[in-house]
Design a binder for this molecule. Structure first.
Ligand code: ADP
Ligand code: MG
Length: 352
């Protein structure tokens, strides 16, 4: 314990929520210290990160969709899978360096990383290897829904069921937990990005209007919904006409946007009900009192809690600060690393 706090002076242990849209990093006793888009800008056709490895996060997002021919901005975790190991590693390395300081500290940090529960053993291994090469001395993995439950303050270690639905950009994770373990979980590679995609397709099909991903996300946040609104909304949106090729503006309504999001919402609902159907009867019974807790950026879509309550007959609760629940959970793991580390999947080498 003493040695641990002594080492704390020299290294800065960190918890990382490696999200498909956003990466958050927290440091023990300091809370969230980094919150940046999971984006990397590279020279086209290569794995060379621009600006000497510094074109990551906010800097790289600025380039997304507006990149000149020789540059591409990549989201290495876009669909919840690591599409490119080298680029993921470059991204982790940049974030770890940014938080830990460049060579300023003597001891490399221990790192707790939350990963989607649906990723393969090979991908889990790749995350550990990337973080090691990116400068961690020891890497521990936690399942994202477990971290979310802990971050949300749910009684996940008690002999009662807690249920988390985490709707991210590229994935949705649904899990029922009890006694510090995941009893049932489902993970689908569908999330907020697919809602944006639905909006893009609707505008193209109905109005011959092409819009980009960033604008589609704005539409979703401004007027998107999963269930009817008390007062329906409208919004003006600009894009390029697919026939004339010229810029054009139209007015769209929240009803038609809701329709374009239907498929994604239905997939999320199906995943939630499928998870419930597989639950042990005792745990299912607990959920009548405990309800479902929802988090992740996608849960901010208006009416998401209502449609889930409707489909399952259970109470639904929005987690406070739903975008940071996973990161806050990793920080609880950091605080308890001494007790919990033996139960966590971790790197083989490096002293604890
Ligand atoms: P990840 O954990 O995969 O990085 P996040 O939990 O950060 O994802 O959620 C990102 C998703 O949440 C994006 O698709 C984003 O568009 C969506 N999002 C963020 N804010 C809102 C909002 N107010 N309404 C609807 N969707 C939102
Ligand atoms: Mg997430």
């Amino acid at each position: 314990m003493l040695l641990d706090s002594f080492l704390g002076w020299f290294s800065m242990d960190m918890g990382i929520d490696l999200g498909t849209c956003t990466t958050l990093v927290c440091v023990r006793n300091r809370g969230i210290v980094l919150n940046e888009p999971s984006v990397v800008a590279v020279r086209k056709g290569t794995n060379i990160v621009l600006n000497n490895g510094e074109a990551v996060g906010f800097v790289a997002r600025e380039m997304l969709g507006k990149t000149p021919g020789s540059i591409s901005a990549i989201r290495p975790l876009k669909d919840g899978v690591i599409s490119d190991f080298e680029i993921t590693e470059a991204m982790l390395s940049y974030f770890i360096r940014k938080v830990h300081g460049r060579g300023g500290r003597l001891v490399r940090p221990r790192v707790v990383i939350a990963v989607p529960s649906g990723i393969t053993a090979v991908e889990r291994r790749a995350v550990i290897d990337s973080a090691e090469r990116a400068g961690a001395r020891k890497v521990y993995l936690v399942d994202e829904p477990m971290a979310a439950g802990i971050g949300a303050g749910l009684p996940v270690t008690d002999p009662t069921a807690s249920m988390i639905v985490d709707i991210g950009g590229g994935t949705t994770e649904v899990a029922i937990m009890s006694l510090a373990d995941i009893a049932n979980c489902e993970s689908i590679r569908i999330g907020g990005d697919d809602m944006d995609e639905g909006i893009i397709n609707h505008l193209k099909k109905t109005y011959n209007l092409l819009i980009g991903e960033a604008r589609a996300e704005k539409v979703k946040i401004q007027i998107g919904s999963a269930s009817p609104l008390e007062e329906e909304l409208t919004m003006e949106v600009a894009g390029r006409d697919t026939i004339s090729g010229l810029p054009r503006k139209i007015v769209i309504t929240s009803e038609e946007i809701r329709e374009s999001l239907k498929e994604t919402i239905a997939a999320i609902i199906d995943t939630v009900t499928a998870t419930l159907e597989k639950a042990e009867p005792e745990l299912a019974a607990d959920l009548i009192d405990n309800g479902i807790h929802i988090c992740g950026g996608g849960s901010l879509l208006r009416g998401t809690d209502a449609v889930l309550a409707n489909a399952t007959g259970l109470k639904t609760f929005m987690v406070d600060d739903p975008l940071s629940a996973v990161a806050r959970g990793t920080s609880v793991y950091l605080e308890n690393l001494e007790q919990w580390k033996d139960t966590m999947e971790h790197s083989e080498y490096g002293w604890e």
